[in-house]
Write a protein that binds this ligand. Structure first.
Ligand code: GTP
Ligand code: MG
Length: 214
């Protein structure tokens, strides 16, 4: 079954597999949305990237696509200010969402993007699944838990990614993965994948999980 999914996905995305490396031949920013009226009207399947501001959504997206700076990244939280639609090989779309709940930005700023994120996740028929990012160094925050519960309640297929895995030792990472699983109330078969945008560790597993959405 997984093999069939994988072959289908290869047809959908049209990427080549070279050893362990997945190649995206073509990637382009096709649309930016600042309210629900801006969402593009098309039939492309979409996979969205959601998580706290600064958790590494744009970095993960760039790493998966294999482009350094297609999605803008920054150490200042709140870099991604709208929804950005990146079309891959004219077949699959990655959607970079604005971050939620970063403690160091004002409450007003934190609440600013909630309606459009909810509009997108709650109504978008193109959505095939969601990558939910959690910083591997910390316990899930209240907003992480709320988002995880919300995605589950809305039966959105979710791959949870523990980001910035290069920042802690392997032993600490294993401990943190257990902390995150517990914090989010995961069942045994809920997926939590460690990832580092700096080293690329976890990239293949992330792509495999994305394949599994199709
Ligand atoms: P917003 O758009 O503000 O919501 O942030 P984001 O979630 O898109 O985060 P972004 O990818 O811009 O990364 C935030 C910061 O963390 C940047 O300085 C990145 O270089 C850094 N960063 C992201 N991923 C990793 C990682 O895996 N390892 C390390 N060491 N740094 C990372
Ligand atoms: Mg971003």
């Amino acid at each position: 079954m997984i093999l069939t999914y994988s072959i289908k996905m290869r047809q959908v995305v049209g990427f080549r597999k070279q050893g362990e490396q997945v190649k995206v031949k073509q990637a382009e920013l096709k649309a930016a949305a600042y309210n629900a009226n801006d969402f593009p009207t098309w039939d492309y399947p979409e996979v969205s990237f959601i998580g706290r501001s600064n958790v590494g959504k744009s970095s993960l997206l760039n790493n998966l696509i294999g482009r350094k700076n297609l999605a803008r990244t920054s150490s200042t939280p709140g870099k991604t200010r709208g929804l950005y639609f990146y079309l891959l090989n004219e077949k699959l779309c990655f959607v970079d969402l604005p971050g939620y709940g970063y403690a160091k930005v004002s409450k007003k700023e934190r609440e600013r993007w909630a309606p459009i994120i909810e509009d997108y996740l709650g109504t978008r028929l193109n959505l095939r699944g969601c990558l939910h990012l959690i910083d591997c160094r910390h316990e899930p925050t209240e907003s992480d838990r709320l988002m995880s519960d919300w995605l589950r309640a809305h039966t959105i297929t979710t791959i949870t990614i523990a980001t910035k895995a290069d920042k802690i030792s392997r032993g600490a990472l294993n401990k943190q993965l257990a902390v995150i699983r517990k914090g989010l109330g995961f069942f045994e078969d809920d997926l939590l994948l460690p990832f580092s945008a700096r080293t690329g560790a976890g990239r293949d597993q992330a792509w495999k999980a994305i394949n599994g959405l199709f």
